[in-house]
Design a protein around this ligand. Structure first.
Ligand code: NAD
Length: 509
């Protein structure tokens, strides 16, 4: 049985935590930007939205600061990110508490999100000495051909509610070592975690003597973000959120020849073959599908199972689902916390109704918890639904814990079903058969940006590039060479001879 904080307790504790992090208190009792805790549904802080003038000032300051920041040697730029990593380590519990209170994540996942921030800071500091260009063999004697990476400019970051702090750090840590400056518009429903991150970075900058103008926080609804979308001084717009959002902003950034990095919705699938280790599969599936109450972009939403193992697997997942502790994410034993708000709950119920109308059978879950205790908080039982076919509702991302199960007999059909949806973020196969595993990872296997073998679709490490194909937007952030999106490439040819041979043997003069 879960216990919930008494009325007013969350607001008081959030204010204390913000004070410890050195952040301003959310001081506008009637402000339109409302932080409401999904744990109880109560308001824990209100802010004013940034005005047009404030957004313009933020972009101007970031653009001005960029002209100096780009000249600071990259390893020195790394110092501010190294300091941010130290501060995050020091304040890990406090920041994770705010993530739990504002986004509803269970404590271990909230701590994991802050750990991801620390990890990306370490990665970025290492990167600050490794922004490598290439040297190519020139076809001309006495010539050297190479490429150099230079800072790009102001990076606008728009982020989603469900990773309220990590996505900011993926972008900001890399952008700062790349020599860029940042203007951040977080989700309008997670403004307090944003105040905390901004305060920590301001402190890091002051501690190492970096200019304060390297980072600016603007707050408010999508209209505030639209100013970043349309401003030609924003060289790169990195936007994380729904496909709807990406569809709106992608063409607008392209129309002004800006660069965009889009991290949009997923509709992630896992194939379970007749050769799978089912013990391992059940654990990987349950974490990916029910963890974070299905509110990760990489949450598992579709299971494509060989018909010979489908009944056993569904039975085992169903039993695991029935054991899942659902409740306040502040309770140590809870594994499934609340949905973020009423609209998410309505989407959950609508999707289940559509699935049933399409012939789906709800094997387990789909109910609500604590509705009699809490008026405006939404705790649901993760739903496991057997579908006769991949109908239109299965093609959509419903940001809630619903796992649709489909069956197959032929491996080619499994891959075709897997790739049929418009999104292309994360994917997995459970098998002990090497041919199946390699085929899934090959050019005619999974069409996603992330393809895993014998683990679930969620829970990526920062070392790899993160992102997806098709309607997921094509962007890559975090590790590997994702940093290149935050820089501009210059190809350089130097003639150190006394002749002027032209390329391709052309003669002129
Ligand atoms: P959302 O699209 O409602 O909002 C995301 C952000 O975009 C918010 O800051 C919002 O204010 C802003 N925004 C929305 N429309 C805008 C517009 N027209 N112009 C400028 N800004 C605009 O998404 P959400 O509900 O906060 O987050 C859930 C979604 O995000 C899911 O679809 C999830 O899959 C996706 N997501 C993707 C990734 C990824 O890396 N691919 C990571 C996390 C979340």
């Amino acid at each position: 049985m879960s216990s919930f904080p008494v009325s007013g307790e969350l607001a008081v504790r959030a204010a204390e935590v913000l004070a410890r992090l050195g952040a301003d208190a959310p001081s506008s009792p009637d402000g339109p930007v409302v932080s409401r805790s999904p744990i109880t549904g109560e308001v824990i802080g209100r802010l004013e939205a940034s005005t047009a003038r404030e957004v313009d000032d933020a972009i101007s300051s970031a653009a001005r600061t960029f002209t100096d920041w780009r000249l600071v040697p990259a390893p020195q730029r790394g110092a501010v990110v190294a300091r941010l990593g130290q501060l995050l380590t020091e304040h890990k519990d406090d920041l994770a508490y705010l993530v739990t209170v504002e986004a509803g994540k269970v404590t271990s996942e909230a701590l994991g999100e802050v750990q991801e921030m620390i990890d990306i800071c370490q990665f970025a500091v290492g990167l600050s000495r490794q922004l490598y260009g290439k040297t190519m063999a020139s076809e001309r004697p006495g010539h050297r051909l190479s490429e150099t990476w230079h800072p790009l400019g102001v990076v606008g970051v728009i982020s989603a509610f469900n990773f309220p702090v990590a996505v900011w750090s993926w972008n900001t840590a890399i952008a700062l070592v790349a020599g860029d400056t940042v203007v951040w518009k977080p989700s309008e429903i997670t403004p307090l975690t944003a105040l905390a991150c901004d305060a920590l970075l301001r402190r890091a900058a002051a501690d190492v003597g970096a200019p304060a103008g390297i980072h600016h926080l603007i707050q408010g609804p999508r209209e505030v973000g639209e100013r970043l979308v349309d401003d030609p001084r924003v060289a790169l717009l990195s936007a994380t959120g729904s496909v709807r959002m990406g569809r709106e902003i992608g063409p607008r950034v392209a129309a002004r020849f800006g660069r965009s990095l889009l991290e949009l919705g997923g509709n992630n699938g896992a194939v379970v073959t007749e050769h799978a280790d089912l013990d391992l599969a059940v654990r990987g599936i349950v974490f990916s599908a029910a963890g974070t109450a299905g509110q990760r972009c990489t949450s598992l939403r579709r299971l494509i199972v060989h018909s010979s193992v489908a009944d056993e697997l569904v039975d085992r997942i169903g039993k695991a689902y029935e054991q899942l502790p659902i409740g306040s994410p502040l309770d140590e034993t809870t594994l499934v916390g609340p949905l973020v708000h009423r609209a998410a709950f309505t989407a959950f119920e609508d999707a289940l109704a559509k699935a049933k109308a399409d012939g789906g059978e709800i094997v387990t879950g789909g109910g609500t918890r604590f509705a009699d205790q809490l008026d405006d908080a939404y705790y649901v039982e993760p739903a496991l639904v057997r579908m006769p076919a991949q109908t239109s509702v299965v093609h959509e991302e419903t940001f809630a814990p619903i796992l649709y199960v489909l069956t197959y007999d032929d491996f080619d059909d499994a891959i075709a079903l897997h790739n049929e949806v418009p999104q292309g973020l994360s994917s997995a196969i459970f098998t002990t058969n090497q041919r199946e595993a390699e085929r899934f990872l090959s050019a005619d296997g999974s069409d996603c940006g992330i393809a895993n073998v014998n683990l679930g679709t969620s829970g990526a490490e920062i070392g790899g590039a993160f992102g997806g194909e098709k309607e997921t937007g094509g962007g890559r952030e975090s590790g590997s060479d994702a940093w290149k999106t935050y820089m501009r490439r210059s190809t350089n040819t130097v003639n150190y001879s006394t002749e002027l041979p032209l390329a391709q043997g052309v003669n002129f003069l």
